[in-house]
Design a binder for this molecule. Structure first.
Ligand code: S3P
Ligand code: PEP
Length: 428
């Protein structure tokens, strides 16, 4: 575990930041590029540990993936001609890679062993295995999590399925398997989740249809190679967004970030808390991209409920931090998914922020936060990332508001999604 001294309390923050590429979109670019037969190109791919896991998995399956500067070239024999791996596929810490790949690899004529790190081994995979088994996926032994072994399989059938949990990873796995099935697949989403898979598949020449909240995936479609540009990761920009709102006398410009409305719930919720966050859109087709200007704002407590959650799921630790500085009570409910991320994010956020003097109460499915509370420690204190990148980076932003010296234990976890986080922090 790496320990890193966190910066001390700031009187102001000024600067401009361009964050690295979006993690969700980077995973999908590698996977769709690997499904398409031929040469695909990706610009501004995120070079972080989770995306390295994806690249490694698809290389083991016979895909060539090479990066030079900003450009990554993928040369694939196509999903129907992948090579049997001679080692287990190691998904590292990445839930997205594993869940989506279960869909990509559901119809391979060879045996596949799947493994991952201690955190990934604890995460629920039944939510994606169950519907995929209805389509014809064949695990060797019943499994609800790693390790998973897939038996060779030559057929997949379309299903009609309503997602019991709002999960873009489950939806995407079913879409990617559905493209290889022999009948139409119908997926109903009670609450909309991020739609990067659907948007990128269109670029790869695939037809999807939508009827209200149901997505129709016509059967037996192959992908054509494509060129993709990855926007800056909104979930990485979110750290600076919240820092700019909370640190006094701040002004931060965040440029070229992905502003897909299925991801920008944090902006909507900060607006509901009273903030003014001007957004300038540059690109509205494909993945929306734009700039965001953030200044110090005063916030008031709000109620955040189930329907708000998917668009802010990965930013909830930051929203809790913001709520510690808002006037009044903020309640967040319907967020039980946080308990099955890289760590139990409800417990980790509550424990670590309360050590800084916050008043956060953990609920079974969220939080109740009373603010505003000054953050301070009486003596030098070690806070813990719990091995979770988003917790570690949220605590580094909390340090900018905290009186006293903080050290972060498990600082290496930031490399999962944002390896240059501490460099960007040092530049402000
Ligand atoms: O599809 C994706 O890229 C992701 C979907 C979300 O997970 P769930 O699908 O489990 O909600 C999110 O938390 C994760 O960081 C990335
Ligand atoms: C939950 C996350 O990712 P994954 O599910 O891919 O591990 C995340 O990045 O916050």
């Amino acid at each position: 575990m790496t320990q890193q001294q966190l910066p001390s309390k700031r009187s102001h923050l000024k600067g401009m930041i361009q964050v690295p590429g979006d993690k969700s979109i980077s995973h999908r670019a590698i996977m769709l590029g690997s499904m398409a037969r031929g040469t695909s190109k990706v610009r501004h791919l995120l070079m972080a540990d989770d995306v390295q896991s994806t690249m490694q998995v698809y290389r083991q399956l016979g895909v060539t993936i090479e990066t030079s500067g900003e450009d990554t070239v993928i040369v694939s024999p196509g999903v129907a001609h992948l090579r049997a791996p001679d080692q287990p596929l190691d998904f590292g810490n990445s839930g997205t890679t594993l869940r989506l790949s279960l869909g990509v690899l559901a119809k391979q004529p060879f045996h596949i062993d799947m493994i991952g790190d201690v955190s990934l081994q604890k995460r629920p995979m039944g939510r994606v295995l169950k519907p995929l088994e209805k389509m014809g996926l064949r695990p060797v032994t019943p499994a609800t999590g790693l390790p998973i072994q897939l038996a060779p399989n030559q057929t997949l059938h379309g299903i009609t399925y309503t997602l019991p949990v709002a999960s873009a990873q489950v939806k995407s796995a079913l879409i990617l398997a559905g493209l290889q099935a022999d009948q139409m697949t119908r997926i109903t989403e009670p609450i909309a989740t991020r739609d990067h898979t659907e948007r990128m598949l269109t670029t790869f020449g695939v037809t999807l249809k939508r009827q209200d909240s149901t997505l129709l995936v016509p059967a037996a479609q192959s992908l054509s190679p494509a060129d993709v540009t990855v926007p800056g990761d909104f979930s990485s920009a979110a750290f600076w967004l919240v820092a700019g709102v909370l640190v006094p006398d701040s002004q931060l410009a965040l440029s070229e970030i992905g502003l897909n409305p299925t991801r920008t719930g944090l902006i909507q919720l900060l607006k509901r808390m009273g903030a003014d966050i001007p957004v300038q859109m540059h690109q509205t087709s494909g993945e929306p991209i734009g700039d965001v200007l953030v200044q110090t704002q005063s916030l008031r407590g709000i109620d955040v409920t189930k329907n708000d959650i998917p668009a802010v799921i990965d930013e909830l630790p930051l929203l809790v931090l913001a709520a510690t500085q808002a006037e009044g009570v903020t309640t967040i409910t319907g967020a039980e998914e946080l308990r099955v991320k890289e760590t139990d994010r409800i417990d980790a956020v509550t424990t670590e922020l309360n050590r800084l003097g916050a008043q956060v109460t953990a609920l079974p499915d969220g939080f109740s936060i009373t603010g505003p509370t000054p953050l301070h420690v009486a003596e030098p204190t070690v806070v813990r990332s719990h091995g979770d990148h988003r917790i570690g980076m949220m605590l580094a932003i909390a340090a900018l508001l905290t009186d006293g010296a903080l050290t972060l234990d498990g600082a290496e976890s930031v490399a999962i999604s944002y390896p240059t986080f501490f460099n960007d922090l040092a530049q402000l």
